[in-house]
Design a protein around this ligand. Structure first.
Ligand SMILES: Nc1nc2c(ncn2[C@@H]2O[C@H](COP(=O)(O)OP(=O)(O)OP(=O)(O)O)[C@@H](O)[C@H]2O)c(=O)[nH]1
Length: 198
């Protein structure tokens, strides 16, 4: 069975490739902002929003490619007050996001859904608890001099595998989940499906 990753995320592609998984990529071309707005209007919790978006992406591609096993994924940053951050639109918004994260904990929630023939067959949601140290204005500006626009595609405004590590005093959970995919449960299911050797 062919595996198709319904994602344009370079980080997700890199993780699967590095893990030795053979897959094709396809863009789900989902209007995420509209989907997020509708779900948030319904008061959907962050983990359920990530799950719903991952499913939307997987089903969109699976309808086009019913024979394949299609993997969709989504990551959400949830603050302790329940609010969520999207990807920053510009450098000023990235600075604002970093100020909101400064000195607090937040969760980076990554969901994955797999689909066959337009129907979900497996799903997982994983969370990493991120402890951000107090960030000075000088640090934020210097960090963005280094990382903007590189982090424009990253929810939370950091690349944990890069200078983003300087933001944190502690991370509880899987680094893979922070990077955008609950990789170990995904690999486990690929073994169940016989796509990876057990
Ligand atoms: N490299 C890297 N990417 C991160 C990190 N944290 C979050 N991201 C990325 O932030 C993006 C979250 O946005 P999503 O909407 O889930 O995914 P996307 O990039 O729009 O790609 P699609 O799956 O096509 O929707 C993903 O690409 C994650 O891989 C990190 O620490 N490092």
């Amino acid at each position: 069975m062919r595996l198709v990753l319904a994602s344009k995320s370079a980080s997700r592609r890199a993780m699967l490739t590095a893990a030795g998984v053979v897959f094709e990529s396809a863009s789900a071309s989902v209007d995420e902002e509209a989907a997020k707005a509708a779900l948030r209007a319904d008061g959907v919790a962050p983990r359920d929003l990530a799950d719903a978006l991952a499913e939307l992406k997987a089903l969109r591609v699976s309808h086009r490619d019913p024979e394949a096993l299609v993997l969709g994924s989504d990551s959400v940053v949830a603050l302790e007050d329940g609010s969520m951050l999207d990807k920053p639109a510009d450098r000023a918004e990235a600075a604002d996001h970093l100020r909101r994260l400064s000195g607090k904990r937040h969760e980076l929630i990554s969901a994955a859904v797999m689909a066959i023939d337009g129907k979900p067959v497996w799903r997982v949601v994983d969370r990493a608890k991120m402890h951000v140290r107090p960030l000075s204005e000088n640090f934020i500006e210097a960090y963005l001099d280094l990382e903007w626009p590189g982090i424009s595609g990253c929810v939370g405004c950091y690349r944990i595998e890069g200078p983003g590590a300087q933001l944190f005093t502690r991370i509880e959970g899987s680094q893979f989940t922070v990077l955008g995919l609950p990789l170990l449960p995904v690999l486990d299911y690929l073994r169940v499906r016989g796509i990876l050797a057990s």
